[in-house]
Design a protein around this ligand. Structure first.
Ligand SMILES: O=C[C@H](O)COP(=O)(O)O
Length: 237
């Protein structure tokens, strides 16, 4: 069963997303990039609004951001936290930096490893390197996302076969797979066979750019797209 993750900027959007069918709320500031961080006060406000109903995740920016360890220390109450690896590919100590970030997370917060589908252009480590880390670290999930939101969806950057191979490695390691990256509704049918635990969206459920307002109608459309075909498949079994 693939569920719907919606990225929100604050508590009002979180409540709207939950009402419209989101099953995991992810807090981020989309004005500051793919995994732009909000302040810890916003995480707390979102948890107060919807934490009773579902897990809350937060984007903590990029590992090379100066404030990344301070943000990690302020994550109490979150279920998941993630940090991007843009610019880390050329560093020989990025894994040590990532472990230091993970160690800084509040007790009980599960780290998510991030593969950028456009790793070559944003200087992130290649997927194999991230998967090696994921296999060794105590983590919950792997997120495949795009760093540059102007270059199209993850399916325009990577073939379905490449994504399927990555999905299979993640699942063999018994980790949860989350797929994002400027997804459009038309991408759903190609991605469901990969059996991701979640499809994650922001831009596709906004009116206008991904930093704009969430659209209730679009979230409901995504919710239906993820529930209908899968329920149908289950009924056929
Ligand atoms: O975690 C998911 C991302 O927020 C996806 O954002 P996007 O749909 O605008 O690429």
């Amino acid at each position: 069963m693939t569920r719907l993750l919606v990225s929100v900027q604050g508590p009002d959007e979180a409540l709207l997303a939950v009402e419209c069918g989101a099953q995991l709320i992810d807090v981020k500031d989309p004005r500051h990039g793919s995994l732009g961080a909000t302040s810890p006060a916003v995480w707390q406000a979102v948890m107060a609004a919807v934490g009773e109903y579902m897990p809350v995740s937060a984007a903590l920016g990029e590992l090379l951001d100066r404030e990344v360890l301070g943000r990690a220390q302020a994550t109490a109450g979150l279920t998941f936290a993630k940090v991007g690896l843009a610019g880390c590919g050329a560093l020989n100590d990025w894994q040590a930096r990532w472990y230091a970030w993970q160690q800084s997370l509040a007790t009980g917060v599960q780290a998510v490893a991030v593969i950028y589908a456009d790793w070559n252009s944003c200087g992130a480590p290649a997927p194999d390197e991230v998967l090696d880390l994921a296999a060794q670290a105590d983590i919950a999930a792997v997120l495949i996302d795009t760093f540059d939101k102007t270059r199209g969806s993850v399916l325009q950057l990577r073939s379905t076969a490449e994504l399927a191979a990555l999905a299979s490695e993640v699942q063999q390691a018994q980790l949860m797979l989350v797929v994002a990256g400027s997804l459009q509704l038309g991408d759903v049918s190609a991605l469901l066979p990969l059996r991701p635990a979640y499809l994650a969206v922001r831009g596709a459920v906004c009116d206008g750019p991904r930093s704009g307002q969430l659209s209730a109608a679009k979230i409901r459309q995504w919710s239906r797209a993820l529930s209908t075909p899968q329920d149908h498949c289950q009924a056929l079994r």
